[in-house]
Ligand binder design. Structure first.
Ligand code: NAP
Length: 252
């Protein structure tokens, strides 16, 4: 019997063309969603994912701009105007050594990882099903794991963790739940697009797998079941929660 958990639901996954967002979008589609709008700045990866399932709709939109959030709102309107699940997954990473700081990179990380989800939540709030809407934010264990040269990324993820809790309290009376997942090191393009060399990426992943109790890095498929689980309407008593999925790294 096919899975119809998200039957008749309309879903938005930002950053749905690659990595965790791609896997999450396809998981929602495979669980019966009526539409899964995926967004990103580049059309090619979005079109590739859309070709894999008829429910997936690609929308080129930069979450860090008003034009981008307007385009996402217009796409929701075009599907009838009601949004059941909003997954804030789009994110960027970059090293920001404090003794050699590129201010533009710090701003970029906050614009995409923090301002984007906050402003997009506000823009889509009139569309979110009330009661019954769900927001899931992809945060990171970096919010709670201090590491050199990662202060901007870590601070951006700590900020979005705080947003998750505040938004859960504010939107609770509307019947809208807000939760997050905090992955550890997951095999996606994010480190390469963030400017790390292939050698550095291999070194980070090897170190992670050596230290983490699960003895490996993660894969998008390790994360997506928790995103869909949090968005599942049956889990109506879970809100303001951030679930760590990191192979046990934070326990070390
Ligand atoms: N991989 C990990 O180890 C890890 C660990 C913890 C948390 N996370 C978080 O997981 C989320 C997904 O990342 P990922 O690992 O799956 O990496 P990814 O494959 O690089 O995904 C990031 C996605 O965000 C999109 N994006 C970036 N800037 C955007 C913008 N301004 N507007 C719209 N879309 C934008 C990218 O598409 P375009 O480039 O086409 O815009 C891309 O599809 C991020 O929030 C990341 O911080 C990842």
């Amino acid at each position: 019997m096919s899975d119809k958990t998200f039957a008749e639901q309309h879903i938005v996954v930002t950053g749905g063309g690659t990595g965790i967002g791609r896997a999450a979008a396809l998981a929602f589609a495979e669980q019966g969603a009526a539409s899964v709008t995926i967004t990103g700045r580049r059309s090619e990866p979005l079109d590739e994912v859309a070709a894999l399932h008829p429910a997936v709709i690609p929308v080129v939109a930069d979450v860090a701009t008003d034009a981008g959030t307007d385009a996402i709102a217009a796409a929701v309107q075009a599907r009838g105007g009601t949004l059941d699940v909003l997954v804030h997954n789009a994110g960027v990473f970059g090293l920001t050594p404090l003794d050699d700081l590129d201010p533009a990179d710090v701003r970029r990380q906050f614009e995409v990882n923090v301002f984007g989800p906050i402003l997009l939540t506000a823009k889509l709030l009139p569309h979110l099903r009330s009661p019954g809407g769900n927001i899931v934010v992809v945060s990171s264990i970096s919010a709670r794991l201090a590491a050199p040269h990662q202060s901007a990324y870590a601070a951006s993820k700590a900020a979005i963790d705080s947003f998750i809790r505040s938004a859960a309290v504010e939107l609770g009376p509307k019947g809208i739940r807000v939760n997050g997942v905090a992955p550890g090191n997951v095999q996606t393009p994010i480190l390469a697009t963030g400017g790390l060399s292939p050698e550095k990426i291999t070194q980070w992943r090897t170190n992670y797998a050596t230290k983490a109790p699960a003895a490996r890095i993660g894969h998008p498929a390790d994360i997506t079941p928790w995103i869909t689980h949090l968005a599942n309407p049956t889990n109506s008593w879970v809100t303001g929660e951030i679930i760590t999925i990191d192979g046990g790294m934070l326990a070390t």
